[in-house]
Design a protein around this ligand. Structure first.
Ligand SMILES: [Zn+2]
Length: 102
């Protein structure tokens, strides 16, 4: 990866220290059936000839394709979280005072 990689833009630094989770693309409506990688602009969709999964920022659901994620994760100090709901679940259980068996 080079400092002047064509995929980087002036404000790409806003992605620094982001947390991501890996997910399959699921279209959110009939009118909007794809997303774009925020770095290389590759299409991420449910179609066979396009990317079907990628990394999503936990905060804003911005997509980054696996290739760019691997290329830039060290530069921007990215972190992958396994389950974004995990923290919430733990808090809920704690609040309710419920010890749940799974
Ligand atoms: Zn990309």
């Amino acid at each position: 990866m080079e400092e002047n990689d064509w995929r980087l833009w002036d404000d790409s630094d806003c992605f620094r220290n982001e947390k991501f989770y890996f997910r399959k693309y699921k279209k959110s409506s009939e009118r909007w059936d794809h997303e774009h990688c925020n770095f290389c602009w590759a299409r991420i969709s449910e179609y066979d000839d396009e990317l079907n999964e990628g990394y999503c920022t936990v905060k804003d659901e911005l997509w980054v394709c696996p290739q760019c994620f691997n290329d830039f994760k060290e530069k921007f100090n990215w972190e992958v979280v396994d389950d974004i709901n995990l923290d919430k679940k733990i808090v809920m259980i704690h609040l309710k005072g419920v010890s749940k068996k799974y």
